[in-house]
Design a protein. Structure first.
Length: 303
């Protein structure tokens, strides 16, 4: 068996596993949704859902927590995809949470709405009676992600206890919950960043242009190229420059750092990623706040 066929078979196994989990979610829960960020992982999960239930439409609504600080390209991609799929979109607005006094806006040059998403997400889950939210989290992304199960139980406060997760033996999943509780499901947990990109290339899945190298105005901060935007607060020693960059992961435009790159096609991205040693979330300033930043947010109800 040559290397190419081995790679195809491996991706086929990952695809089959993810499709099995998506079908289990549909079988066990009453009102599941896909958490859609517009990033490559949630795009792949949505594509897998299309394959899992073809020729029927995707049976899940897509839920997006809109911080109000998204890349414009992300919002356009989301709206175009919803129209193409003829799917239902549920939007939770962080700005509305701020206006209602549910959360308080951070201040300062490194202010972010990332943590504020937790309250908005939990409110959207409760108001829409969602019992399972399907995410694109992968175990290789970050050490807190590595503790996740495929079916991740959340208590009636929406909180995650990594020490109190249910065993998943022989691909048997326990989705039973008490009133007020819910689950998160992660069908691509066993995928790596490279697997995701190989799958995108193989399936010819459209992605936002942000993932491909292009010229953009940026500022060097925290060892990353932060995009220029209306929300950027410059320091005296900072200068806006134009660089050819791309983004490995998408979050708020205020916290997502780009890397200098010439990878302007998905095939070139695969080549570039294969040589990288730093995790893709290494350019997210929200993850640099502390060693346990991600786990702390997840325990409170984060993705």
């Amino acid at each position: 068996m040559n290397e190419y066929n081995y790679s195809l078979n491996y991706i086929d196994e990952l695809e089959s596993e993810a499709i099995y989990i998506l079908r289990e979610v549909w079988a066990q829960f009453q009102n599941p949704v896909i958490l859609f960020s517009g990033g490559k992982d949630s795009i792949v999960v949505t594509h897998l859902a299309k394959k899992a239930f073809y020729p029927s439409k995707i049976p899940f609504a897509l839920m997006h927590v809109d911080t109000g600080h998204n890349f414009p390209e992300t919002i356009k991609f989301r709206d175009d995809l919803i129209e193409e799929l003829d799917a239902r979109l549920i939007v939770g607005s962080v700005q509305e949470s701020i206006d209602m006094g549910r959360v308080a806006e951070e201040k300062g040059k490194n202010a972010t709405r990332n943590a504020l998403q937790i309250t908005t997400l939990l409110d959207a889950i409760e108001s829409n009676k969602v019992d399972c939210a399907i995410g694109g989290g992968r175990r290789d992304e970050e050490k807190a992600r590595a503790k996740e199960r495929f079916f991740s139980h959340r208590d009636d406060f929406g909180q995650w206890d990594p020490k109190n997760q249910r065993p998943e033996l022989w691909n048997i999943f326990n989705g039973k919950y008490f009133e007020g509780e819910h689950f998160r499901a992660f069908p691509i947990s066993n995928w790596t960043e490279m697997d995701v990109w190989n799958y995108i290339v193989r399936e010819n899945i459209p992605i936002p242009s942000l993932y491909l190298a292009h010229e953009r105005e940026v500022v060097r901060r925290n060892d990353s190229w932060i995009p220029n935007s209306e929300y950027l607060i410059l320091e005296e020693n900072e200068e806006i420059v134009t660089k050819k960059i791309r983004f490995r992961t998408l979050g708020d435009i205020t916290i997502t750092g780009g890397i200098e790159s010439d990878a302007d096609t998905t095939e070139k991205v695969v080549e570039e990623v294969s040589a990288m040693r730093q995790t893709e979330r290494g350019n997210r300033t929200d993850d640099k706040r502390s060693e346990t930043a991600m786990e702390d947010r997840k325990k409170q109800g984060y993705f």
